[in-house]
Design a protein around this ligand. Structure first.
Ligand code: ATP
Length: 242
């Protein structure tokens, strides 16, 4: 189902942003600090109510959906995940099944495998490193098998191998019909792995399209104020500041 934000405004944070997001694709939201990326993602997840505009999922207004139905449809990973209880890794991941009211052993197992957490499954989460905790919180989202995966900087705390493994997993989810929206600071990852990039600056959308267009050197210099050049081939680009 299409997830669409229309004219989303939030005082001092978003100024009338519209975006029609299609399932089956990975969309990256990029922009400098304070551009409004997290605010937009939270509106799209139904966690922040814009003072103007609306978000729809298919033909339904997101605000009218029962919270449990919304939680089944949209999995959201916040930028800074807090873990309130010191439970085991597998118990925390199993919380992703709450909206379904089942144990979802197969889905929990698959999420543990996808995030390389099987060796840590019985570990209390208080004894994990920062990157390991980030993987557990992501696994909780994946265990719910949402139609939409909305993740705020999911790759920032991960090492290179785990970044690539997660991106491969998200690509498989998108190929299977899920919609994936990622807030990313790493423009190289956005360039090489997203199908579409939305660039925000000062609460407005300044570019939206294929990564090569939305993250052109011209846009990067205008928005980030960094003269830069892309090297390499499509799918394997590297950004060099000049
Ligand atoms: N709860 C809030 N109330 C009012 N303003 C807020 C609130 N949270 C964030 N802001 C402001 O809204 C603007 C956008 O914040 P947001 O977190 O969406 O940006 P971002 O693009 O995700 O930034 P970053 O890259 O630093 O995470 C910023 O100027 C921020 O200071």
């Amino acid at each position: 189902m299409i997830l669409e934000g229309s004219g989303l405004s939030l005082a001092g944070r978003l100024a009338g942003i519209s975006a029609r997001l299609e399932p089956g694709r990975i969309t990256a939201i990029c922009g400098p600090n304070g551009a409004g990326k997290s605010s937009l993602l939270q509106c799209l997840a139904g966690l922040l109510v814009p003072y103007e505009g609306r978000v729809t999922l298919g033909s339904a207004d997101l605000a009218s959906l029962h919270p449990r139905e919304r939680a089944k449809a949209i999995g959201y990973l916040p930028q800074e995940g807090e873990i309130a209880w010191d439970v085991s890794v597998s118990s925390l991941v199993a919380l992703g099944r709450l909206p379904h009211r089942d144990r979802g052993q197969a889905q929990v197992g698959a999420a543990l495998v996808a995030l390389d957490l099987v060796p840590l499954a019985d570990r209390p989460v208080s004894l994990l490193s920062g990157g390991e905790k980030a993987r557990v919180l992501l696994a909780r989202v994946l265990a719910g098998e949402p139609q939409w995966i909305l993740a705020d900087e999911p790759l920032a705390a991960l090492d290179l191998a785990h970044q690539l493994a997660l991106l491969a997993h998200l690509r498989r989810a998108a190929n299977a019909g899920a919609g994936v929206v990622l807030v990313l600071h790493d423009l190289t990852l956005a360039m090489n792995h997203a199908d579409r990039v939305i660039v925000l600056d000062g609460g407005t959308k300044v570019a939206d399209g294929a990564p090569g267009e939305a993250l052109s050197a011209t846009v990067i210099e205008r928005v980030w104020r960094v003269p830069a050049r892309w090297l390499g081939e499509p799918g394997a680009r590297a950004l060099v500041a000049i």
